[in-house]
Design a protein around this ligand. Sequence first.
Ligand code: SAH
Length: 470
Amino acid sequence: MRAQDWICQMRVFPASMPLEGRTVIVTGHGPMAEAKARLFVTSPARLKWFTGHGADPVPADIAQYATVMDREPIRSDLHGAMLLFIAGGEPEAIAELAATARELGVLVNIVDSPAASDFQTPAIVDRDGIVISIASGGAAPVLSVDIRAAIETLIPARIGVLADLARELRGTVKSVIKRFDDRRAFWEMALRGKARDLALSGDRAGARREMMRALNGSAEPATGIVHLVGAGPGDPDLLTLKAARLLREADVIVHDRLVSAGVLDLARRDAIRIDVGKTKGHHPVPQQSIEETLIEHAAKGLRVVRLKGGDPFIFGRGGEELEAVRAAGIEVQVTPGITAAMACAASAGIPLTHRDHAQSVTFASGVVKQDGPDADYRALAASNSTAVFYMGVGAAPGIQSKMLAHGRAPQTPIALIENGSSDGERRFTGTLGDLAGLVVREAISGPTIIIIGETAAFSARLPQRQEQFA
Ligand code: SAH
């Protein structure tokens, strides 16, 4: 079969052109010209924009970078330029300008006329040193733009810091590590290991130190890293972009019961998964052994993700894990997640604060440590605030009586959201005086958020999740 028999031909070649010291010219005005000019404002190229006579002033971010001239270009303006973008004008004028430019060896792009252009403009992901171009050969620019959006979510925002460091150390690495294969192994370690995590968290100096340590053949074995990651309430769409990326990159995932299968599906197939939510006898793994598991794997040089339902720092014992891992001398980073209170409130249409009804919101736990202090019910029962209880189902009678004893009225609206954000979500509304009764009558037993306060009444205005999607 000849290459051209394939449907999937490479009809365009996405060459990369060095922009250092080059000149790029844009002609015309309006959104098209502006979009082309803006492509170059983060580049080292010299940008000249001929807007034509009487055009509106150009946006400030471009004006401070480009040389803007309110006239048409003449032949001498094109001398030595690399690229010319022609955005608008009469057909004869466009043809004449393009011909002059070509005579002078300038590559021409006529906006919206791919066939008449020497090159087309791809959709571009520009992350400092890393540039990705997506080209459809002019066939389906919208598709390219959508692919770009998808790629944007995959590439960490600070990847440029890493590229910049790599550029800085390239020469040194080449002189210290002679063999090509060894150099590749070094870069794999440097760009995928702990140095990468430090760079992506904004710690350029730390990343550089780590790379230099590896380069100098430090006797210490490389340690891994532990990420405490919020998995959100269950719906994978509610993960942060960073959490999704860390999941894809993890060697080991230590998760608990609240983390949904949909979220775990985003992990690498060959990652080691450790469920610490329950053991054979349905008892959760003791906190200390969880911490030991994290440390043990990271000490082997692995990337460990400790995936916790909701947010790691809200009733998640994230603080204890952070301290334990840090005390073992292992790098630990925290990625927040959407906590159950916020996910449930959003799903039920309950504003947690409201100018007319609630000037504050408090997250409280229905269950406290044995012999430990209880939540401050005087504050929780304040009339102009919203109280949100985690782990409150078993403790419902106690929550009800303590809130009433501290002065909250029995007719205060309440909402209970069970399995919030998942397909099995159930929502109930009622009044504080009937909280314990509601839990029993509706046999509420899954993970549930209890919201007490005037805004809880907003929930009744929305259909149940199942009805919404029916
Ligand atoms: N770190 C978690 C909370 C863990 S404590 C977070 O930030 O969300 C466990 C409690 O969280 C459960 O008892 C329940 O009250 C609440 N919870 C967790 N996921 C939930 C969900 N999907 N729907 C309702 N409540 C949830």
